[in-house]
Write a protein that binds this ligand. Structure first.
Ligand code: MRU
Length: 355
């Protein structure tokens, strides 16, 4: 956010058909952009909310006013913990300084969080690269087939992505990588965003329907699954885009390693059992019933998929229990999805609540 107090974001609702940015000038506009998923992906909404708090710092004339805006931001999307993490970090920082210093301090903190997010993803790439290198070395053709779900790419973070960081690092290291991209209904983040990202980066990939992964695994066509996460509990249960759990079950049945890649800002140290304790966002059924896309003439249309009047359900996320995960790829290395290992590796991490 420059001195003019404008937060500029890529409008992810327009991709892959148009690359447009929007200027956000108030905390309320930031909140709306997150709720409507103009900006999305755990790391990216955390970073954007950090800047939203810098705008809030300029708007609020009291601590109560700041807290109200913070609560409004947090309520926009309940599952991805990076959002609450960033907002609470700003509150913790601001409560130690006088009102007149709020804007400068919040802006600096937002910049810091954004840089940390990019740096963490870069490290995830370095650690994950070693997994892909090892697979490549033992295959006759050297090609590593990665399956991923949703978009945990650079669009979902400040840079690099989480699940995609090892893929980009592998490409840079000269490894042969091919990515199976789950389309990821209902909002099709895989088909629209991950496929677009990989195309831009020249990474060979194939978009598949969400139900194809099990079949591909049965036929030896997937060497490794890497997904992102929106919230991971202290025992390693991982909430990610709806459909991830089914991929983990298929991976387990077929002996395919399944990794979740995340920066430490995605851990929720307050929760243990992800299946019962993580709040799963439910979104408007219109996302299931209607689909966007250009027609043959390139005109953007919004077309109905379901019979009028058929009820729809739109659960945004599911939880993959830690027992199905081969490991967690973090900025500090790769760890088993187990409470003791995670506690040892992240013992210094600040808890989420306002101190
Ligand atoms: O609803 P979204 O698009 O914000 O969902 C979040 C995701 O992109 C995925 O669940 C992703 O794999 C984790 S976020 C890095």
């Amino acid at each position: 956010m420059p001195q003019n107090g404008i937060v500029s974001i890529i409008d992810q609702r327009k991709l892959p058909w148009a690359f447009e940015c929007i200027d956000l000038k108030s905390c309320a506009e930031v909140a709306e952009s997150i709720r409507d998923m103009a900006v999305r992906g755990a790391g990216c909404i955390g970073a954007t909310a950090g800047y939203g708090m810098a705008l809030a710092a300029g708007e609020a004339d009291s601590w109560e006013g700041l807290e109200t805006r913070a609560a409004h931001l947090i309520a926009t999307r309940p599952t991805a913990v990076n959002l609450a993490w960033a907002v609470n970090r700003q509150l913790n920082r601001l409560k130690k300084v006088p009102h007149q210093a709020w804007v400068d301090v919040a802006r600096t903190e937002a910049e810091k969080m954004a840089h940390e997010d990019a740096a963490a993803c870069e490290q995830i790439g370095k650690h994950g690269l070693e997994l892909l290198r090892e697979i490549s070395q033992r295959k006759a053709d050297g090609v590593v087939n990665v399956l991923t779900h949703c978009n945990a790419g650079w669009l979902a973070f400040v840079d690099h992505g989480s699940a995609t960081a090892p893929i980009y690092a592998a490409k840079a290291a000269g490894l042969k990588v091919h990515v199976w991209v789950d389309e990821t209904r209902p909002r099709s983040q895989g088909a629209r965003l991950t496929a677009w990202e990989l195309s831009q980066a020249g990474v060979p990939h194939t978009v598949i329907p969400d139900n194809a992964g099990g079949h591909l695994m049965q036929h030896g066509l997937v060497d490794i699954v890497i997904t992102g996460a929106d919230r991971v509990t202290r025992q390693g249960d991982a909430a990610n885009k709806i459909g991830t759990y089914l991929k983990a079950l298929a991976a387990r049945d077929n002996g395919v390693p399944f990794y979740v890649a995340l920066p430490s800002s995605t851990f929720d140290w307050n929760l243990s059992d992800g299946v019962t304790e993580i709040e799963i966002e439910q979104r408007d059924g219109a996302e299931v019933a209607w689909v966007d896309g250009p027609d043959a003439k390139g005109v953007l249309r919004n077309v109905r998929m379901t019979p009028e009047g058929s009820p729809v359900a739109n659960y945004g996320f599911d939880v993959t229990p830690s027992r199905l995960l081969t490991g967690l790829i973090t900025e500090r290395g790769i760890f088993p999805a187990e409470e003791s290992a995670l506690a040892a590796a992240f013992s210094d991490v600040v808890p989420l609540s306002v101190q």
